[in-house]
Design a protein around this ligand. Sequence first.
Ligand code: AR6
Length: 172
Amino acid sequence: MSRRPAITLVRGDITEQHVDAVVNAANSSLLGGGGVDGAIHRRGGPEILAACRKLRASHYGKGLPTGQAVATTAGRLPARWVIHTVGPVHSASEDRSGLLASCYRASLGVADELGAATVAFPAVSTGIYGWPMDDGARIAIETVRTTQTSVEEVRFVLFDDTAYEAFAAHLS
Ligand code: AR6
């Protein structure tokens, strides 16, 4: 049945979450990077990169477009799948918030296809891609609240107090 997921917030590391799917704040190459992406590949091991390379060869030769999402194995992470999504780089001159919302919606769509009941998200785009935390939190919470999905729990995993407080403010 399609309904609204419960939204929970935790302070912590996304690679330690025991959930069905963890979302990776990837880049369009799907070949890894810093931040969440680096941590997921480091802790998850080489199986994830191997699966990403296969996806590039079969579907994403030009890269995974910004705002879209795709799943791989989670390797050694305590999850079943990693859902890779590509957030937009923040721009002062162009409103890219629709693309950031799309990351959350597309990831939930992939989670539904997988049958994932619990999904952990980082604050996509709010690190290396420069999105202001408060606005990133608002978009994340609003989008999850307004997306129809069979996912039962959406867990936002926030790395520091600033991120946690921003999400808590928009959740209440
Ligand atoms: N667990 C939870 N949150 C984390 C973790 C972690 N282990 N590590 C960082 N964060 P970022 P982006 C927070 O930079 O902005 C990569 O190179 C972090 O504090 O991981 O979407 C990719 O390959 C921030 O609030 O993702 C891309 O090139 C949030 O997670 C690019 O970075 C997202 O920060 C994507 O940049």
